[in-house]
Design a protein around this ligand. Sequence first.
Ligand SMILES: Cc1cc2nc3c(=O)[nH]c(=O)nc-3n(C[C@H](O)[C@H](O)[C@H](O)COP(=O)(O)O)c2cc1C
Length: 391
Amino acid sequence: MLKDKRILLGVGGGIAVYRAVELMRLLMKQGAEVQVVMTKSAQEFVTPLTFEALSGNKVHTDLFDLTEQHGMGHIQLVRWADAVVLAPVTSNLLAKISHGIADDLLTTLMLANEKPVLIAPAMNVSMWQADATQRNVSILKERGYAVVEPVAGELACGEQGAGRLAEPESIIQALLPLLTEQTLAGQYWVINAGPTVEAWDAVRILTNRASGALGAMLADAAAVCGAKVCLIAGKGTPQTRHDVQRIDVERAAEMLDACLLAAQGADVFVGTAAVSDYRFSETLASKLKRQGSGSIQVELVENPDIIQAVATMDKRPHQVIAFAAESENHVAYAQEKLRRKGVDAIVANDVSNMGANTASGYYVTVNDVFKLNAQDKALFVRQLVQHIINM
Ligand SMILES: Cc1cc2nc3c(=O)[nH]c(=O)nc-3n(C[C@H](O)[C@H](O)[C@H](O)COP(=O)(O)O)c2cc1C
């Protein structure tokens, strides 16, 4: 998702500088181009050579460097960037940047900067909780800076508390919305995902091969575009961004209750979950012993239809989109299902997509059929979000 994005990484002089190396590598791994600016203090902890060797770019350290001014001076650096990430940010940098002090390269370019900024502070817990620090953070938030707060744990100084630099993955998660048009700002989406699990006895279950990956990716994609997202997650559904609200469920009945509660008044409901059509009529409390009779009869009863229930509920979501896994006649079945269930669109995909890394299919509405080309699930999901937005 960071492909070809230009990130200016500002590194302050704290013990967590080594983690900025990790962050830089992760940014690059995700396709970003990174230029690094280090304060004088940051260079006391890790040399610029480490960042240079790993990024292949010169590290910027000096405001008065002539080659800097003739090449990429501080103004050009911020003009070049799509976003600025400051990690780790020291208490000193918070104080200087919040008050417009510009006495070195990093603080000077921050004053000239007009691009989105994400800051990830890291310091001793008392320094973080200090009134001055908290006020400086508030000033920066008011200025529109995104803040990834330090996390709790054991600090380098031996003390316990909030002060550790957030994980590089969390910093990147927080960065993505700054680089993405907030087309879904103000919207509330509910998505269900993954398989359901119906118990037969104390150990045996009825489930399916759905991984929940597509639903989880869809939840992430909607959240990155600014939507408030609730994910009703069947067993094994992968983790999502921290800002996606997650409700874990197992049985279809639990999934139904959670969906009906969460979907009231939602803008969009997307049913990606592979809900079992049937459950056992009875769940045995202990493990069923082998009967020795050659065969046994087990009764299955029909589960409620979650999509239909959501499509006909009070305070129905504005758009209800269902997934349908078919082996053949994808479009014809989708059109019939669309009418029968009263939904606004069906994503008809092939059963072979279940558990696979790629997906393909059709986006079917009352009036239109759009082909969704076979591709990586992350790209498939982006295409899908665009269709939902267009609708
Ligand atoms: C061993 C050591 C570790 C430090 N760790 C931190 C830290 O984690 N966070 C912080 O805000 N300051 C830390 N400091 C203090 C900063 O290095 C100091 O305030 C410095 O002026 C920051 O400069 P800068 O903001 O220009 O990078 C540390 C200092 C030392 C000597």
